[in-house]
Structures are given as structure tokens and as C-alpha cells.
Write a protein that binds this ligand. Structure first.
Ligand SMILES: O=C(O)CCC(=O)C(=O)O
Length: 290
């Protein structure tokens, strides 16, 4: 678990921060070139372990309000707490999910200085907006919530100065999975045609790709605990299944846009919405076609 400098306290913190900044270790030229070329790059080691422990404590505190006995049995594990709630009543697990979306400890990830610096560097702009904070618990038994191939452009009208920071809240491995994506060369940076799913079952399958998946091999990025995968809004990507029997995949998706993005300003800084009733981007596209 060691090996990560504390950036939150003491003199070492100041030294580490300035070391990281002066030597541009957050996103060096090679990483920036990868982001500009492929549309995706892993920004390494942005978050200290304390931020994750604070998040776990908060999850356990909230779970304890929903069903105290589920947390007593969980032995400090957020996976066991979630599964304990789901076993009692799946709605209790959903309540935990809904509650954690409002969490302050999650918001600390969104505003943490190293992430903000990485995002500003990638977007080439200092004035950046956080347009969406999303959170997922991908349980092995629930493949119905996985995202199929899509571009996040559909979830907003903002491009090209917009990206997603995808952050694992626990260590990832092959079993627990993650996401895979096509580098921009596979799609030529095009926004592919999309359609509304015939029936709304969940946010993740509300929009479907309406053209063939490109040729080529998708990339499975290495995202270690403490890293953030940054990918641009036009990158075609999807969820990988969680094949671990007893662990959930806890992740955060932060959507950032530069205020200088023309499309964002044209939309008067109101990003698109995807709800059960409305998928604003697709509705506007349909309107334009008529
Ligand atoms: O984390 C996942 O499984 C997929 C997330 C994703 O594709 C998205 O938020 O756009």
C-alpha cells in the first residue's frame, strides 16, 4: 500500500507538490502527445491513499445508516457492506449508491490539485468546468448496467475541449475489469451516429451506437490505484465486465469542459442531459434532421 507521497500534510507535501509541478511529472510531453493522438492517457498517481480511506469510511458510515447490521458483518469492507445490503434488499444497495453520489469525499477527488492540473494541461486551458460527477458500483452479478460502445459526446454538447477523468476507487485487476477504448485513429475522430434505446432500462444503455464498430483492436489501459484515465469526449469506449466473484468495481467519472469550448458557449454553458425522459443531445439532432 506504500509508495505514495502524502501531498496533504507537512513540509514533504510542499516539496512533493513543487517537485511534481516543476518537473511536469503530471502529464509530460509524451503523455500529452498520447492524449492528443489517441484521445486517451493515464495520468499517474494523482491521489494519496488517505483520500481513498476517507471515501471508504464515508461509504461505511452511510451504509450503517441504511442497515447497521450489514456494516457490522462487513468487517470494514465496502464490497461486503454493499453485498450485505443487496442481499437484504437490492433497493438498499441502490440507496447506498444514490447516497454516495452526493458525497463530499468524492467531490474532493474532482477538485484535487493534481487532477485539476492534469485536466488543464490535457485541455490546454486553465478555465475548466466540472459538468458532471458520476459514480459507479459495478457488481459481478449485474452486467445489465454495463455501458456498451459509446462516445461521451452524447452525454453533452461539448467537444473537442472536453474530457472524462475515469478514476478507480480501488485496485483494478483483470478480473474486476475496467474499460476499453478505440484510439481516435480507429474512428477518425468522428462522432458516430447514435440512437435512443427502444426502452429505457438504465442510464448506461439509454443510447446505442447506430453504426458498425470500427475495425482494429481496442486498448485496455493500465489504470493503477491512484491514477486517473483521461479520455476525450469523442473516444469510443465501453465497460468491461466484472468477473470477480466477491468484489465490486467502484469508479468515478468526472466530465470536464474548457469554458473556451465553442460548442459549450454556443449551448450557453448548459451541457446535455440524459434522463429517463430526455436525451437532449439526440433530441436536438432529431430536430435538426427534420
Ligand atoms: O466505468 C464504466 O464501466 C463505464 C463508464 C463509461 O463508459 C462512462 O462513464 O462513459
Amino acid at each position: 500500500m506504500g509508495g505514495f507521497p502524502s501531498i496533504l500534510s507537512g513540509k514533504c507535501a510542499v516539496f512533493c507538490m513543487s517537485f511534481l509541478r516543476l518537473d511536469s511529472m503530471i502529464l509530460d510531453d509524451e503523455m500529452l502527445a498520447a492524449f492528443r493522438g489517441d484521445g486517451a492517457v493515464t495520468a499517474p498517481q494523482l491521489f494519496p491513499r488517505e483520500m481513498f480511506s476517507d471515501f471508504y469510511s464515508e461509504v461505511l458510515t452511510i451504509a450503517g445508516m441504511i442497515a447497521p447490521d450489514a456494516v457490522e458483518e462487513a468487517d470494514g469492507s465496502i464490497d461486503k457492506a454493499w453485498m450485505g445490503l443487496a442481499r437484504r434488499d437490492r433497493k438498499m444497495a441502490s440507496t447506498l449508491y444514490d447516497a454516495v453520489k452526493h458525497s463530499m469525499t468524492l467531490r474532493r477527488f474532482a477538485v484535487s490539485p493534481l487532477l485539476v492540473e492534469a485536466v488543464s494541461t490535457a485541455l490546454g486551458d486553465k478555465a475548466i468546468a466540472l459538468v458532471d460527477l458520476n459514480f459507479r458500483i459495478d457488481a459481478p452479478s449485474e452486467p445489465q448496467f454495463l455501458f456498451s460502445w459509446h462516445q461521451d459526446y452524447w452525454f453533452s454538447m461539448c467537444s473537442p475541449k472536453a474530457l472524462v477523468a475515469w478514476i478507480p476507487m480501488m485496485p483494478l485487476d483483470e478480473e474486476v475489469g475496467g474499460i476499453e477504448y478505440f484510439p481516435l485513429s480507429a474512428t477518425g475522430g468522428r462522432i458516430l451516429s447514435a440512437k435512443r434505446a427502444p426502452e429505457y432500462r438504465s442510464y448506461s444503455d439509454s443510447i446505442l451506437l447506430n453504426e458498425p464498430i470500427p475495425n482494429g483492436k481496442p486498448q485496455r489501459p493500465l489504470v493503477s490505484w491512484g491514477d486517473a484515465l483521461l479520455f476525450s469526449f469523442d473516444v469510443l469506449h465501453r465497460s468491461l465486465p466484472n468477473r470477480a466473484l466477491d468484489r465490486c468495481r467502484w469508479t468515478v467519472q468526472l466530465r470536464f469542459v474548457a469554458y473556451s469550448d465553442d460548442a459549450f458557449l454556443r449551448e450557453r454553458y448548459r451541457p446535455g442531459l440524459v434522463t429517463r425522459e430526455h436525451i437532449t443531445y439526440l433530441e436536438r439532432m432529431e430536430g435538426q434532421r427534420q
